[in-house]
Structures are given as C-alpha cells and as structure tokens.
Design a protein around this ligand. Structure first.
Ligand SMILES: Cc1cc2nc3c(=O)[nH]c(=O)nc-3n(C[C@H](O)[C@H](O)[C@H](O)COP(=O)(O)OP(=O)(O)OC[C@H]3O[C@@H](n4cnc5c(N)ncnc54)[C@H](O)[C@@H]3O)c2cc1C
Length: 440
C-alpha cells in the first residue's frame, strides 16, 4: 500500500518510538500526521522513557546494534538532541562476587568497545577500585568496590530522557504534527478494520471515548501495551518491568558528584550523575525483572495502573551498590520509586514491520526490550525506510514480524537474555512486599 504525503497517518503512542516517528515523517514532508497519546501530557506517565536519564552506550554484543548505536550517538550530538546528551562516560564492571554469566557479558561488551575504531580511543580498562577513581574519574567513590573490574568508555554517557521527549514533542508540533492527548481524546481502544482474512485493512482508530478517526496508515508505538492494540503479537512480546528509585541529595552533594560516569556493576545495578535541577540520583537494580502474566493467555501484559513501589530485594541490592561506591548514601531513604514497563522480545530484537493481514495499513514498532531509548533520534528513519522499501518489505530480517510461537506450559524465554542477570518474577508475587500501588 502506498502512502502519499497528504494521506492521514495516525501514530498511537507518544513515547520514544512514536515521537521519533512523528518528527521524522513531518521532516520528510508528510503533512497529515496525528499522534494519539493516552496521558494528558508528554512525557506520559506510562512511557518507559519518562525518566531522568537513560544509558547511552554504543557498545553492544553484536555489531548490528553497535553500528546503530554509533549512528544514534552522532545524532545525539546534533543541535536538536545535544542538550539532552551528557557524555560523562560509562563505567561497566563486575564485582568480585559476580556470576560467570555477568563476567561473560561484560567481556563481550568490552570486546565491542575495544575493537570499534571510533570508540577505541575512548576505552580504558579498569583493574580495581583505584582505577575507578583515577581512570574513570569517579574520585568521589569512597566505597571499597570489592573486586571491581571492567572498563570505562568515555565515548558513552547518558541522555536526559524526559527532557528529550519534551523537546521532540515541541519540535514535532512546530512541524505541524497534531496531538490528541488524554483519556478523552488520546487513549485508543482499538484499530477499526474492514474486510477479513488476507483482505483485511484498517480504516482508522476508535478512542476509548468511542470517537472514530479515519487514517490511511496506523503506526502502533504503545510500548509495553502492544497486546492491547495488536493482540496478534501474542507471545512474541512480553510486557516486562524493572525497578527505578532515587536518592535525594543536598545541593552540595549534587555538586560534589558532578561528572561521575554512569556506573554499572553488572551483578548489582547502576546509577547516574545526580540531576542538578531536582538533586535526585537515579538508581536501578540489575535483575531479571517482573512480568504480569494473564492467566488465561499465558502472556505477560502491561498493567493499566502505575506502580509506585519497588520490591524489598531490589531495594537491598540498590543499597549494596551504594555501600560499595558511595557508602554515605547507603542508608538514605529511597524516593520516587516506581516499576517501569517495556516490551520485551526473546532475542531483544525490535519489531518494525507491518502487521500481517492488514494490507500494510498497520505498522508496529515494538520489542524495544529495554534498550531502545538510545535510538530515540533514529527510530523515525527506520519507519521512513520501511515506508519507502521498493518491495514494501522490512529489509532488516531480524526486525520483521515474527509468527508468535506457542509456548509450552511453564516455558518462558524470560531468562535467556545474556545481559540480564537474575530471575524473572511475577509482579503480583512481590507487590505485597512493600509500599503502595498508586492508581492514577
Ligand atoms: C527501567 C527501565 C530502564 C531503561 N533504561 C534504558 C537505558 O538505560 N537505555 C536505553 O536505551 N533504553 C532504556 N530503557 C528502554 C526505553 O525506555 C524504551 O526502549 C523506550 O522508552 C521504548 O519506547 P516506546 O515508544 O516503544 O515505548 P514508551 O516510551 O513506553 O511509549 C509508549 C507510549 O504509548 C502510550 N500508550 C500506551 N497505550 C496507549 C493507548 N491505548 N492509546 C494511546 N497511547 C497509548 C503510553 O502512554 C506511552 O507514552 C529502559 C526501560 C526501562 C523500563
């Protein structure tokens, strides 16, 4: 199906993938683009990108994603994106207590950073705590960092993701993209189709308030909520989540930690330079994460409600990371805690393709697998490439629509991803452990 520059394009979801697409298509001359976003404002409380910061590291275990992340690093250095990119370096290590799995993953990341011609000059090995202070520049870390080994890449850093979403939202609006926000006008209930089987085709969307909007092309970018709009995605996508928390610092403490690298101990978790505006230091535990399996389908689906808590074990792990690095913070209250949901795939590959049996009228951007924010400036290019593919097909095979496999009872792909350490648990099993769930 060909889409002309004036045809109506509806993008469902104003998160990282949706906004990037809206901006890119508006730049490419498409003049009739509408974004539907369920929250009242952007960044949405449901967006996995609505956060102080995300790691911007270019080295991956595979050249394919490394090359994309290098391309994204260049894009983060252009005037529109540069205000959000903080190139403070990325300290990637394991502690002396790390599992073989964590050590193996670290070595593969290290090999990628060491061999890439552009990253190589920024790479420095770290063979112990003194190197963390002297080579990585984290001189403020007074903890004993037992057995810490790995590398620092000064090519990398972090991006202020909530501000980046705000900035690109503003830019897309300037370029003429229309936004419908909030429960009444922006929340989409479903895609409306005509025909069936192979001749099925979408004609638009229906909002939760039962209003119909016609569109020639629908682009579904709803993150962890993919199943709600495209149920056919089935077991190919699993809604998954991790804990996020913060430590509130004083002005002086924030100033003292200025410029620390993103610090990632693969067996414990990671934290970032404190945000000077809020004095919050963001910290996350590394773990297998949490799923929310629908007992009737066996598929993990994103919960509707926001979850403002972190499980006790995660909290203990974050405190241990602080104890090893910044011990004076280890017993501070953790604040602004939440569970953050993303769309996971078995192989961590994204899905950027048309949904089958829609006559190419519905495209899905999904499977960010918890590593998609770094690609924010270039996601829209992938959509434009697919729209212009001479044969109408996704040329990147690994991003094609995969036929959902039937999972045997009890089978799960959730433990297979190399860079995630730990066991995947049902969120309902840890929900009672601590604190409250906010229904917002
Ligand atoms: C804890 C955590 C840490 C992460 N850390 C990193 C990192 O360090 N580096 C990195 O590169 N990536 C990281 N990520 C991944 C990154 O945040 C995601 O890859 C990225 O946000 C995915 O973008 P998206 O647009 O697919 O989904 P989202 O950003 O989640 O956006 C989906 C949007 O769809 C909207 N929506 C949902 N349903 C509807 C509906 N029915 N109608 C209308 N709108 C709807 C939502 O409100 C939301 O705005 C992390 C993710 C998590 C959870």
């Amino acid at each position: 199906m060909s889409v002309s520059k004036s045809d109506a394009i509806a993008i469902i979801g104003g998160g990282a993938f949706g906004l990037s697409t809206a901006l890119e298509l508006s730049r490419k001359g498409y003049t009739n683009i509408t974004v539907f976003e369920k929250d009242e404002e952007i960044p949405s409380r449901w967006s996995a990108g609505n956060d102080l910061n995300k790691i911007m590291r270019a080295e991956y275990e595979e050249d394919f994603y490394t090359d994309l992340a290098v391309e994204a690093t260049h894009a983060w250095q252009t005037p529109l994106y540069a205000p959000y990119f903080h190139r403070v370096g990325y300290l990637n290590v394991v502690s002396g207590a790390a599992s073989q799995k964590a050590v193996g993953t670290l070595h593969r990341f290290q090999a990628a950073a060491e061999k890439h011609p552009e990253m190589k000059p920024f790479f420095h090995p770290i063979s112990g705590p003194q190197d963390v202070r002297d080579v990585a520049g984290a001189w403020q870390f007074t903890g004993d960092m037992p057995g810490w080994k790995g590398y620092v890449s000064k090519y990398d850093g972090y991006v202020h993701s909530a501000n980046a979403l705000r900035g690109i939202y503003r830019e897309a609006r300037k370029n003429g993209v229309r936004f419908f926000l909030g429960a009444k006008v922006g929340a989409i209930e479903k895609i409306v189709y005509e025909g069936s089987g192979k001749s099925r085709k979408s004609i638009g969307v229906r909002t939760k308030a039962a209003r119909f909007h016609a569109a020639k092309l629908l682009i579904v970018a709803v993150g962890a909520a993919a199943h709600k709009i495209v149920p056919e995605v089935g077991a190919e996508v699993s809604a998954k989540s991790w804990s996020v928390a913060h430590v509130r610092l004083t002005d002086d403490e924030t100033a003292a930690l200025r410029g620390i690298p993103v610090t990632y101990a693969r067996d414990l978790g990671f934290f970032f330079e404190p945000d000077p505006k809020t004095n919050l230091l963001k910290i996350c535990p590394m773990g297998g994460g949490y799923i929310n399996t629908n007992p009737s389908t066996g598929i993990s689906e994103a919960p509707q409600e926001l979850m403002r808590f972190v499980p006790k074990d995660d909290e203990e792990q974050m405190r241990e990371l602080l104890r090893q690095t910044l011990p004076y913070l280890a017993d501070r209250p953790l604040v602004e805690k939440f569970i953050c949901w993303f769309a996971d795939t078995a192989d961590s590959d994204f899905i950027v393709d048309y949904v089958p049996n829609t006559s190419s009228s519905v495209m899905i951007l999904s499977g960010d697998s918890g590593h998609g924010f770094k690609m924010f400036p270039i996601v829209g290019r992938w959509v434009d490439n697919l729209l212009n593919a001479p044969d109408g097909k996704q040329s990147i095979l690994r991003w094609r629509w995969r036929v959902p496999k039937q999972k045997a009872k009890g089978e799960s792909f959730d433990h297979d991803v190399s860079w995630r350490i730990g066991t995947v648990r049902e969120i309902r099993d840890v929900q009672g452990q601590e604190a409250v769930k906010a229904n917002m």
